[in-house]
Design a protein around this ligand. Structure first.
Ligand SMILES: NC(=O)c1ccc[n+]([C@@H]2O[C@H](COP(=O)([O-])OP(=O)(O)OC[C@H]3O[C@@H](n4cnc5c(N)ncnc54)[C@H](O)[C@@H]3O)[C@@H](O)[C@H]2O)c1
Ligand SMILES: [Zn+2]
Length: 363
């Protein structure tokens, strides 16, 4: 089987690339397990996957960004506590980043940790979040405020799940992969290759190349996590595009999916860098014209003026976990797209960046 071993200070784990439902056989032999899945994914794969598990092993819940809360975690604790196995229980969760965040949080805290097998079903979860070790819950309108670090026991990646994803949810994964490709060393010298990879992901025909690109994205992410698994330094840079993106997601009532919001966040950050003379306008224009704008068009996202209320976005950005002083925090690209973290983003810069984003995205 094609697999990667992810090293973690908590516990190493394997990511297995699979291409049919044979991998389920291994799950039926686990002594005490439950399957946790959101109702949408359950509906799509009811016959093919979920009807094969006994009814009493299934936990199906309606999951969305607004349900990524402690209340949903409590509901799940209650259901799991009725199951046999206690600390020996294995939760097998199927879904995107929302399922992963809730399942991971509950798995890490119930009985101080139960086994958790994760089967990502979105592109974003496959290429990015499944190896990030982070679990998160939202608190009020603040994204990912509560959480823990907890590796799954195993991850199974089957890209056949991607066929049923909505266009915007698929695009969200492409957005996060684009960010990772741009974070690779020397990416600014290989921009044409990034354009080509994004096209391969978009047309979804070449499965072999798609898996290679997913693996490449994972390796880039791992290179930033190496030596900083718990996000105290270099790993922070993975938040490129996320400060503005995380502010935009709740400001749009989660109508803008995570990966699309962070692409808008990258345009915002890049413009601040241009203004600080840290990024050449030529590079800024190239990225917009060849990567970001075509991507936004293909994502079919409808951006409404309402999503971009300065006061809401600013208030949300002020809640950033990384913020230590009265100014705002931002990951900014410097020469050749090398990233750095600044703690001194001013309100004026925020306003200038916001105006430019709106101008570029055509309002
Ligand atoms: N823990 C981390 O490290 C981490 C990293 C990045 C993002 N995240 C979080 O992940 C979330 C976004 O995750 P996501 O982009 O995977 O989306 P998601 O989990 O919100 O799923 C998007 C939509 O697609 C549906 N869906 C999932 N798989 C499907 C499939 N195969 N076919 C049809 N529909 C399917 C879901 O039910 C949902 O409606 C955000 O909450 C974000 O904060 C977490
Ligand atoms: Zn992200």
């Amino acid at each position: 089987m094609d697999e990667l071993v992810i090293k973690s200070k908590i516990k190493d784990f394997k990511v297995k690339f699979v291409d049919n439902t044979n991998f389920l056989k291994e799950m039926f032999t686990i002594p005490h397990y439950v399957v946790f899945v959101g109702s949408i994914v359950h509906e799509f794969y009811k016959e093919k996957i979920f009807d094969r598990f006994p009814n009493e092993k299934m936990i199906v819940m309606k999951l969305d960004e607004e349900k990524k809360t402690i209340d949903t975690a409590i509901k799940l604790y209650k259901k799991l506590m009725t199951k046999q196995g206690k600390k020996n229980l294995t939760m097998i969760s199927f879904g995107g980043g929302i399922n992963q965040d809730i399942a991971g949080f509950v798995a890490s805290t119930l009985y101080r940790g139960i086994n958790w097998i994760y089967v990502p079903t979105t592109l974003l979860a496959m290429a990015d979040s499944s190896i990030g070790l982070k679990t998160s819950l939202n608190f009020g309108s603040i994204k990912n405020m509560i959480g823990s670090f907890y590796p799954p026991t195993e991850v199974y990646i089957d890209i056949n799940f991607l066929k049923t994803l909505k266009r915007q949810d698929y695009a969200s994964g492409v957005g996060e992969i684009m960010k990772l490709l741009l974070m690779k060393e020397d990416s600014s010298k290989n921009l044409a290759k990034i354009v080509e990879k994004v096209e391969i992901l978009d047309c979804q025909e070449d499965k072999k190349r798609m898996i290679e690109i997913i693996k490449e994205a994972m390796q880039i992410k791992l290179s930033y996590m190496e030596g900083d698994e718990f996000d105290k330094g270099r790993r922070n840079l993975l938040n490129y595009g996320h400060e503005f993106g995380h502010a935009l997601e709740p400001a749009s009532d989660y109508q803008v999916p995570h990966g699309i919001a962070i692409v808008i966040g990258m345009i915002f950050a890049n413009y601040i860098s241009v203004k600080r003379k840290w990024m050449r306008s030529k590079l800024f224009d190239y990225l917009n014209e060849n990567i970001f704008i075509p991507y936004m068009r293909r994502s079919m996202i409808k951006l409404k003026k309402d999503f971009f209320k300065p006061s809401t976005l600013l208030a949300n950005m002020k809640k950033d976990k990384k913020r230590e002083s009265s100014d705002l925090v931002l990951i900014l690209p410097k020469e050749n797209l090398n990233l750095c973290k600044v703690q001194d983003l001013t309100i004026q810069e925020f306003e200038t960046g916001l105006r430019e984003v709106q101008k570029i995205l055509i309002f």
